[in-house]
Every structure is written in C-alpha cells, then in structure tokens.
Design a protein around this ligand. Structure first.
Ligand code: ADP
Ligand code: MG
Ligand code: MG
Length: 893
C-alpha cells in the first residue's frame, strides 16, 4: 500500500509532485530548521484515489490517526481537547500554486467544549469566540456547502444591532451569540448539526479540500495557466498559530525582492492583531513591512535573516506568508514567487551576478513569452472606458486615424499619417494596407484569422473579432454598441495586448528593449537592458539552432538583421506580383501566344531582379532562401463575382472593352478548393516560364551583387512538392537557367536548390526528394493543414473553441507544433532526408519557428535553423538557447 501521509520532517522541496508545492516547501523549511508550526501532508496520490472513487482510500484514516497522534504528542495537546486544545489548519496545496483557488479551513478542533479551553489558554475570550465563529462560517461554506450570503447577512445584522462598523467592534459576548446564530444557519441549510467531534471536523475538511480540486474556479484557473486537470491536490494539516492575540501579534506576506520590478530589497505588508486571511481579504489597511522593524524589532530581524537564508537556499525570489504570535515568528508558507517579465530578467541577471546561479540557469529562468512581452509598446494607464473589446490577436499599442480600405491606408500612410485599418475581416488584398497600418481592427474572426496571422507576422497590433462593432465600409464609418459613430479620419487607440479599443489617443510607452535590439539605445545604462543583453547573448552562445527571419522586403531584411537574424529562411515572392504589377500578371495570363507571353515576362524581370538585389544586399554574406511563386494564379486576378457583374453591365451598355477575355481567364482558373489546387510546384510545371523568370531574376540579382563586390548567398526553394519527380523537373529547368546566366555574365554564382516539406507525401518520401534537394524547409503551416485536413481560415473561428474546450488539443496546432502528428512526419523526413544526403540542411519556416514550445521540438529533432518573423527573432534566439541548456531542476510556475 502506498504511503499517503508524510510528516513535514519527512519531505523536501523536490517532492512537489507528491506533496504539492506548499507541502514540499513547508517540509523544506522544517528540515532547514526554520520555525514552521508542526504538521503533516496528505499526498496528491491520496487525492487522486479519492477523486477516482469518491471515498478516502483504504488505510488513509489510519495513517492520518498515526500522524495526528505524533503531532499531539510533540505538542503535548490533543486535537480539540477541552483545556488548551490543539487546533489545526487544513490547507490545500497542489503541484503548481493556485492561489486562493481551493479551500483552506482554519481553527479545526474548536467545539462548544474546547472554545472555553482556548479562552483560558489564551487569556482572551474574544479571540476564542472569534475563532469559533470563523470556523463555523468557513466550515459551513466550504465543507458543508452553505451559501456564504447567510453568514454575511447574520454578521451584518450583528454589527447593525450593536451599531458598529467593523468586526473589531463586536465583543466576546456578541461573537458568542453570533456563533450560535451561525450554528443555526448550518442546521437550517446543511441539514445537519455543526460537528462537535474534532476528528470528524478534520476528516470532512480533508475530503472537502480533495473535492475542491474540481470546483469551477479551480478548473478555470488551470485552463488559463495550462495546468493539467489530473494532478490533484495535497492536503496540509498544520498546527494553528494565532496572529490575532493582541498588538504583539500579527500576520503578513513578503517577497525577498520586488516582484514587479525585480529591484533588490524586501517588500511586503503586515497587519497587526490579525489572522492570515485578513491580509488578503483587505478588511483593514496593512502596514508596509519595514514598519515591523519598529513594532517588533526582534521578530523583524529574524524575518530578514530567514528571507536571506531562503534566497540563498532556493537561489531565487521567494514569496512568504508569516504570522507572529506574541512576538514569536512562525513561517506559514514559502514558494518561488511569481514575477513580471521585467522582474524575471532583472532577477535572473542579478542572481547570476551575486553568484547564486550560473549563466545557464539565468537563461532557464526567463522565457521567450516574457521577452516578447517586453518588446511590445504599450499604453500608459488610462481612466477611459473601451468602446469595444475583442480578441487580443497581436500585442502592442497602436494609435492612429481610422481607414476602411487598403488603398486609403497606403495613401494616408504615405502622407505621413498613422493609420488603423478597420475591416470586417481582411484578405490577401489587404496586405499593402496591413503593411502601412500601425494596427488593424476587425469585427470578425479569431486569433488565427487572416488579419491576426498577418499582423503577428508583421509585428502590427491587432484586435479582431470585436463583434459589438458594426462596420460600414461603404459609408466609411463604424458604430459601437452604444451607438457612438466613428468616421474615417477619427483617431482610435488599439490595445492588442488586452484586446481593447479606445476612442481618441492614449499615451504610448515605447519598448526600450526593441530600441536596444535595433541599436538605438545602449544596454549599459539601464539594468533591464543590461540583463536582456547578457541573457540573450548567452543564449546565442549556447543555442545550436540558428535563427533566420521570414522577410519579403529589403526593409524587413534590414530589421531582421538588426534583431540578430542569421539569414532569411523564407522570402516569399507573392507580393512582387501585387499592386501596380498586377496588370503585368494579367497580361501574362491573358497572353494569346508565345510572343505576348514573353513580352509580359520580360516586363516583370527587371522588377523582380531589383527586389532580389536589394534583399541580397541587406543580407550580404548570409543565406537568403527565396521561395518561388506559391499561390494559385487566380489570386492575382480580379474577384470573379465582381468581374461578372462588371462585364454584364459593360455589355448591356454596349461598351468597347467588356473585359470578357479576363472573365474567361478567371473562369478557367477558378477552383473549388484552391488550397489543394494549381499552386506551388504545380504552377511551375504548368507555366514553366514563370519559374524560369524568377530563377533568372534571382541569378541576375546575384550577378549584380558579385559585380558590386558583395557576397550573395541566394537559395532557391520550390514549394508544395509531393513527389521527387516534380522537383527533378523543376530543378532541372532552374539549373539550365542558372547555367545560361552564368554563361552570359561570366560570373559563376553557386546556388542551392531545395524544397519545402509541407505535404505528408513529401515527408514520407523525403529520402527520394533529398537526392535532388540540397535543403528542406518545413512549411509547418501547410503541413499542419494537410495533416489534419483543416483549412485554417475556416476552422479556427468555427470549431476550434470546442476542440480546445473538449481537450482534443490544449493549444491550436497552428500556434504550437502538433508533436504527435505533424512532429512525427517531420521526424521521418529528417531521418530519411539525412540518410540520403548527410549534409542536407534542415530548417523550418512556418509560424511555429517563433513559438517557444515548437522551437524546443525543432531543437530535439535536430533541425539546423528556425525562421520566423523579424520581430520574433530575439524571442527565437532566446528559446534556441533555452532548448540547448535544458530544463531547470525546479519548476517555478
Ligand atoms: P492559500 O493557498 O490560498 O494561500 P493557505 O493554506 O496558505 O491558502 O492559507 C490561507 C490563510 O490562512 C493564509 O493567510 C495563511 O497565512 C493562513 N494560515 C494557514 N495556515 C495557518 C496556521 N497554521 N496558523 C495560522 N494561520 C494559518
Ligand atoms: Mg497561502
Ligand atoms: Mg505553404
């Protein structure tokens, strides 16, 4: 039979799985010799058994008896005995701290008989009755399930009858009467008497702590914090100490450093003459901890010593609860404290400087998510109420004038205005507007809608799915729930971190961390920047995965390089066919003969070449992986419905150019399911001249760079390959084009040709593909879509919420790599590919390249690099280093 109960002296802080965080740390402090009231812990294993069967497991009662007996012997008092009773606290404590989410019942052991004993022992009759009425109240609500409102009303009545405001106005006699009233409430609403057997009180309280694992608020908290639902909680039974025995008693909480800023020095609050719960309940104003130095110099000094000891022992910021009972200090809890992102960096770096931890450990103490938080600009405090709320899709703080379409966004931005693009939802046509906007606001779609994905990629602020807004693009205005009308040109503030929208301009605080990364602010004059600098540089030293960026323009390439990218892992070429150039694509598609087609291609060539030349210049000396055209051609043509209407009108009016040719082409190219249609390498096979053009533009750009004295390292990437033969054909043509450019120019530019692995078939036949491909880049967005059979744009807003709630997955597979499915295919492709070609270069360019949990997977599976949006590069650098140094020994969540 397993051992279900541990004395505090039997445990230690590494046993948190079994004893819960609170129990493990109480044990640790006991063993360290710190003043902890004695007690024992019932394991999470007992809780799991209880939750599975609805009853305490065999042997638990006997073990509790044995440990209780030992506790009674050591203190020389029995639980609830009539004179000088032993009272205990029954406290929940799971593996991960869930503050205030589960039950704790204090003063167990008080009965009609022992209340007099407590009064005699303490010499304080008021304390005794106050404790008893608290017990009946806490026990009644948490253990017996009586509505807290009945007790609150009775307490209010008692105060009113007496004409006092606070609880302290009630004397011993009042509290005795109130206790009687509380017991009546229990009888009326719980259908039983308040138990007068101390052991029954204890057993019922233990069971209630077990059950509180499944309360709604505990579940909700776990979901938000990604804590598994099946861990269960431990129960700590701990001798009571009294902070409410007069002015030489009290209770408080403290931190060994400031958890908000990370600044050194002790922080905390103290409440004289109070029990633990009163501090958090906020019933009286607390004193700053340093005041304790005057009130209780000895206890204060001891507390300071203990806090120093704890930091030295845990090598981290500790957060503690303590109580002083008649000048004697008792430690009731400690844990590694939660902290803000800024504090996490400052504290990790400070602890390393103090020699408490090494640089690897400092790296483990901070997360990519925390660094990302520090990189977003944010709004200062505001009194204003938001005009709408939606999904916090891409963090940041953007202020600008409202525009309703992409063209206006571009136009106003070029005139120097800051703009917010407001749309019902966005589509690829809005890309230019998104690029030029500070922020984007939509009334439809979730965290993975087009607007959200593109905004995150570009580092733009985004709130989407603000459903209370009625957006009237035609009338160029939107209306809020309360009828406020916001017209084009009006200024709004979009908080992408909180998902809120405000009318007018809020103050924006820029991120000094981004200024530092981009070289506008030195690290040495600010301790936060110094900490970020040291830790990220250490991550670079340790990381095995290289970090590249996804960048399609010279501007993005420039920024990516500043932010530490070691090349471009994905340069998309779609945007090079949009905007003004769209007509050239139309001409290409409509070309009646070879000559017309050649003309159209010839017009595109210099434009493409110029694009590539600038990007190669920005990334001189570093690899630039250019993906040939991927999306289906119809995306470059006008919308079918609109064009049909236009043609009909033109015909009816008898106009000259009715655009019927264009409509025929649009009809011809129309696909039921374009995602699975003529795109990627299929385009390359159907219209080989298009890829020829792109390859030539890349090669000529490289030649231009060599002639300018540069070192271009272009790599050509073929998208959507499913079979080795597809790649062979396209790569063969590409090599021919490269050879002719080399012959024409006399410059021999070496080029790697590789492929994306984004179809299951490609992953499964990776060995054959690798005989042609020099590199693989996992396109995890498409791979996820094709492995799951999900169309991302359709599923994220529709059934994903249900899937998340039902636990089909704990995070969207588009945000964090699905290790089991997609990950297995990646693993297969890595092994098959490397077996066929040992020096095969392996990277990933999907959005997962910037996601911390996914980066860990890519490290484990042995990729060479991840590529992510420029803005995520520092985060990926940090996480690549963290993946290399492995997990911390103690989880501080
Ligand atoms: P939580 O996990 O919500 O912090 P705790 O188990 O720490 O819950 O207890 C709630 C309150 O009761 C705390 O303020 C704590 O200080 C107080 N408390 C817990 N155990 C004792 C005890 N043995 N004696 C006196 N007060 C206690
Ligand atoms: Mg606590
Ligand atoms: Mg793709």
């Amino acid at each position: 039979m397993p051992k279900y109960v541990y004395d505090f002296a039997e445990g230690n802080r590494f046993m948190a799985d079994l004893l819960g965080g609170k129990g493990a740390n109480l044990a640790e402090m006991s063993v360290m010799g710190l003043p902890v009231p004695p007690g024992f812990t019932i394991t999470t294993e007992a809780c799991r058994a209880y939750l599975a069967t609805g009853a305490a497991p065999d042997g638990l009662a006997a073990e509790v008896s044995e440990h209780l007996h030992r506790l009674e012997l050591s203190l020389g008092r029995k639980l609830g005995q009539v004179d000088e009773p032993l009272l205990v606290a029954v406290r929940s404590g799971a593996r991960f701290s869930m503050p205030g989410m589960m039950d704790t019942v204090l003063d167990i052991g008080l009965t009609d008989d022992s209340v007099a004993g407590l009064a005699a022992w303490s010499g304080d009759e008021r304390l005794a009755w106050d404790s008893y009425r608290r017990l009946v109240q806490m026990f009644g609500t948490t253990v017996l399930g009586v509505d807290a409102g009945y007790f609150a009303a009775a307490l209010r009545d008692a105060k009113q009858a007496k004409g006092v405001d606070g609880d302290l106005g009630l004397d011993a006699g009042d509290l005795r009467a109130l206790t009687a009233r509380f017991k009546d409430i229990v009888r009326e609403h719980a259908g039983r008497e308040f138990p007068q057997d101390p052991r029954e009180q204890l057993d019922l309280a233990i069971a209630s702590v077990f059950s509180s694992w499944h309360t709604d608020r505990a579940r909700t908290y776990r979901r938000a914090e990604h804590i598994p639902d099946d861990l269960g909680t431990a129960v700590n039974v701990c001798a009571m100490v009294f902070g409410n025995l007069g002015d030489d008693s009290g209770t408080g909480v403290a931190f060994t450093r400031d958890p908000a800023t990370g600044a050194p020095g002790v922080y905390g609050d103290y409440l004289p003459n109070a029990q633990g719960e009163d501090v958090v309940a906020g019933i009286r104003n607390t004193l700053p901890l340093h005041r304790l130095a005057d009130l209780q110099p000895r206890a204060y000094q001891q507390l300071m010593d203990i806090m120093r000891t704890l930091e030295g022992h845990y090598h981290d910021l500790c957060d503690i609860e303590f109580t002083i009972e008649r000048r004697k200090l008792w430690m009731l809890q400690t844990r590694v404290g939660k902290r803000t992102a800024a504090a996490a960096f400052r504290i990790a770096d400070a602890l390393r400087e103090e020699g408490l931890i090494d640089a690897d450990e400092a790296l483990r103490r901070v997360t990519g998510a925390q660094l990302a938080q520090l990189m977003f600009p944010r709004f200062g405090d505001t009194e204003r109420a938001p005009i709408a709320t939606g999904v916090a899709a891409s963090p940041g703080a953007a202020v600008g004038e409202v525009v309703f379409d992409s063209a206006t966004a571009v136009q106003r931005a070029e005139q120097g205005a800051a703009v917010i693009l407001v749309r019902r939802e966005t589509n690829p046509d809005d890309l230019d507007g998104l690029i030029h906007a500070r922020g984007v606001l939509t009334s439809r779609g979730g965290k993975t809608s087009h607007a959200a994905v593109v905004a995150r990629g570009l580092g733009r602020t985004c709130v989407c799915g603000a459903e209370s807004l009625t957006i009237d693009t035609e009338a160029r205005r939107f209306t809020t729930a309360d009828g406020t009308i916001v017209a084009e040109g009006d200024v709004i503030s979009v908080d992408g971190t909180a998902g809120a929208v405000y009318l007018g301009e809020l103050d924006v605080v820029p991120s000094p961390v981004v200024d530092y990364f981009e070289g506008r602010r030195p690290a040495d004059r600010d301790d936060l920047l110094r900490a970020v600098d040291r830790i990220v540089r250490h991550a670079d030293r340790r990381g095995r995965l290289e970090v590249r960026a996804n960048a399609d323009t010279a501007e993005d390439a420039h920024r990516a390089r500043l932010l530490g990218a070691k090349g471009i892992g994905l340069c998309r070429t779609e945007h090079m066919f949009l905007g003004d150039r769209r007509v050239l694509v139309e001409r290409l598609i409509l070309a009646a003969d070879d000559a017309a087609r050649k003309d159209a291609l010839a017009a595109l060539l210099p434009l493409q070449r110029a694009d590539f030349t600038r990007i190669l210049e920005e990334m001189d000396g570093l690899p630039v992986t250019i993906r040939l055209l991927d999306p289906p051609l119809h995306e470059f043509l006008p919308d079918r419905t609109q064009l049909t209407a236009r043609v009909a009108v033109a015909k009816a009016l008898g106009q000259g150019d009715t655009q019927e040719d264009l409509l025929r082409a649009v009809d011809r190219l129309h696909e039921q399911n374009p995602m699975l249609g003529t795109r990627g390498v299929r385009l390359g096979l159907v219209i080989p001249e298009l890829y020829d053009l792109q390859v030539r533009a890349i090669a000529e750009a490289a030649v231009a760079r060599v002639r300018a004295g540069g070192t271009p390292r272009a790599e050509i990437m073929i998208p959507l390959v499913g079979d080795a033969r597809e790649l062979e054909i396209v790569a063969g043509r590409a090599r021919a084009v490269l050879a002719s450019v080399a012959a024409e120019s006399g410059v021999d530019v070496p080029h790697e040709i590789g492929t994306m692995i984004e179809l299951p078939r490609a992953a499964l036949t990776a060995g054959r593909i690798a005989t042609t491909a020099r590199f693989f880049s996992f396109g995890t967005n498409d791979l996820t879509q094709t492995v799951w059979g999900f169309s991302r744009d359709d599923v994220e807003g529709s059934f994903f919420p249900v899937y998340l709630a039902e636990g089909v997955f704990t995070a969207s597979p588009f945000e964090t790599i699905d290790r089991e499915g997609v990950g297995t295919l990646i693993d297969i492709a890595v092994h098959e590919g490397r077996a066929a070609r040992p020096d095969l270069e392996l990277g990933v360019c999907g959005e997962h390249g910037g996601d911390p949990a996914s980066i860990r997977f890519f490290h484990e599976v042995g990729l060479d690099y991840v590529s992510c949006s420029p803005f995520r590069v520092p985060v990926a650098r940090l996480e690549a280093g963290r993946a290399a140094v492995g997990n911390t020994a103690v989880d501080s969540r």
